[in-house]
Design a binder for this molecule. Structure first.
Ligand SMILES: Cc1ncc(COP(=O)(O)O)c(C=O)c1O
Length: 537
């Protein structure tokens, strides 16, 4: 990019202080068949079942062929599982290892401690400050700018040396990422993004019901109207065809959440948006590091928001990152809620510089302590995603085999589309498992020691804020001329609602040993080998 073009873009971040396509169960020949990371592979393998059962494994296998129990005879894949007594019926639970350590998140090390101390010791715990020769005004904190640059590099977005644009800074190592803007949390990043996309009063934005509220309720605060569309069962994200069916003259944008780290169908989604002149925001808060057909999620829409809240794959204390293909969008988001970014714009006479004293009434800047933690966590993202992936992929394959297709685990289809495991939810199809109700399955798995539960997000289209009409007050749309206010029907979205009842949440195993994963696999094998014996009450 030429220096004169870049000049405009660079200054908002001025640094002065320096069930995807369901895989065949037989397909174990793909790259994922070697699914253990090096770290996992180095560990000793755990026996397939607790020693007490294994001692008699050959005998049990021989007995299976004679067993009167029909489900046992029908389950040659794991004969010993068929005969192992279910924990719910008084047998020994399959999962006996301590699960606390396996699920500790975030992983905080001396690197995080050193990063926090580094910031604390500077005494600059909020914004940075311009040199006194330039008025000493607030400007972005160097730690926050460094995070933006590192994230930009990670995403393949440009980073500029300010010195290449403004000679006074030549050789001083001042860098900015014009496509990235750090926020105090992911919710703020979404709100800033909506403002920057010019979503305003009465504009409709198509959203999923299955997401965290931030991807939807933020729309109200720019005066927009959320329009819920059905979920696609293959990805758990918005269904592009259903999005298209919801488009009206008032539709301005779509927000797609890559739920739990599973990439949405982005080729189709981008097509629908482009052909209808809609803006597309990716809520990539669950999907740091996931790819779609070889492209990192977050790079496929007009803007993307990433939460850095402490549970996320890049945990900070609290934080968020907004990225945009067009740096002008980032400047607009800066004008909205980052007044400290506007002061440096004076140096180039930028039209937004006149708002430097006020911004537009919000203050969304990220704490430098959070940024320091996020920098450390970003550097370890790939390694830590690989650990979760190794555990979840290995277990997924065992679950799909054990359940004979009754459970879809949302394994990645490959070809450059690789999910991550912010959360690990699987979909149960009772019609493929003797119509055993999901509650019976989860109860039996829980008795085996598995930490299983229903999805934790309530369906948003059924929430009182929408159904009882409070949303219109929040959006300040009541009585607005020319805007017909919709009502929200909790019985709408039948497919999404039905599907939500078929999901089972498992731990995402950020630090699990192969031994624990083996025990979980055995638990599923036991339960699905004994479907006919499960107590229904
Ligand atoms: C899908 C999704 N979007 C947005 C957010 C909001 O992020 P934050 O909690 O950082 O405000 C979250 C966080 O929980 C989320 O899960």
């Amino acid at each position: 990019m030429k220096a004169d073009v870049a000049l405009d873009r660079v200054t908002a971040g001025f640094k002065f202080n320096g069930c995807l396509e369901h895989r065949s169960l037989q397909d174990t020949t793909g790259p994922e068949s070697l699914d253990l990371t090096e770290a996992h592979a180095r560990r000793p393998r755990f026996p397939a079942a607790p020693a007490s059962r294994n001692t008699h494994a050959p005998l049990r296998f021989a007995m299976t062929t004679l067993a009167p129990n029909s489900s046992a005879r029908n389950m040659p894949a794991d004969a010993s599982a068929a005969l192992a007594k279910l924990a719910i019926l008084g047998g020994t639970p399959a999962v006996t290892l301590d699960q606390k350590a396996a699920n500790v998140w975030p992983i905080i090390t001396a690197d995080d401690e050193a990063a926090v101390l580094r910031v604390l010791r500077t005494g600059e715990l909020s914004s940075g400050h311009l040199p006194s020769a330039m008025g000493g005004y607030p400007c972005p904190h160097p730690e926050v700018l460094a995070l933006e640059c590192e994230f930009a590099k990670y995403m393949g977005l440009p980073v500029f040396d300010v010195g290449e644009i403004i000679p006074a800074f030549a050789g001083k190592g001042f860098h900015v990422a014009p496509n990235v803007l750090a926020h105090n949390n992911g919710t703020a990043a979404i709100l800033g993004g909506l403002h920057a996309l010019d979503i305003g009063p009465g504009d409709e934005v198509i959203v999923p019901s299955t997401t965290w509220w931030s991807s939807v309720l933020t729309i109200l605060h720019v005066g927009g109207i959320p329009v819920f569309a059905e979920t696609d069962l293959d990805t758990l994200a918005l269904d592009p065809a259903e999005v298209e069916a919801k488009i009206t003259k008032r539709t301005k944008a779509v927000i797609v959440t890559h739920l739990f780290g599973i990439p949405a169908k982005m080729t189709e989604m981008v097509d629908v948006c482009k052909s209808n002149g809609l803006k597309l925001m990716e809520d990539a808060s669950h999907a740091h590091g996931a790819t779609y057909k070889g492209t990192k999620l977050g790079l496929l829409g007009d803007v993307a928001a990433f939460s850095l809240q402490v549970n996320k794959l890049i945990p900070s204390a609290e934080g968020g990152l907004l990225i945009a293909q067009d740096p002008e969008v980032i400047l607009k988001a800066a004008r909205y809620a980052h007044y400290e970014r506007l002061v440096p714009l004076k140096a180039i006479d930028h039209p937004y510089a006149k708002f430097a004293a006020t911004g537009f009434g919000f203050k969304f800047r990220m704490s430098p302590i959070s940024a320091a933690i996020a920098r450390v966590q970003l550097a370890k993202l790939a390694e830590r995603n690989a650990l979760r992936n190794a555990s979840c992929i290995a277990l997924s394959k065992r679950i799909e085999t054990a359940s004979r297709g009754a459970i879809c685990t949302y394994l990645s289809p490959g070809n450059g589309t690789e999910r991550v495991y912010f959360e690990f939810l699987v979909r149960y199809d009772a019609s493929k498992a003797h119509n055993v109700p999901i509650k019976v399955i989860t109860k039996a798995l829980a008795a085996e020691g598995c930490q299983v539960s229903a999805p934790r997000y309530p369906l948003l289209h059924q929430q009182p804020v929408f159904v009882e009409g409070e949303w219109a007050k929040l959006a300040r749309l009541e009585g607005m001329a020319g805007v017909a206010l919709p009502t929200y029907d909790p019985t709408s979205l039948p497919r999404t609602t039905a599907n939500n009842g078929t999901l089972i949440k498992l731990p995402s195993f950020p630090q699990a040993s192969p031994e624990l994963i083996e025990q979980y696999a055995v638990a599923f094998e036991k339960v699905f080998a004994n479907l006919d014996s499960l107590p229904t009450a």
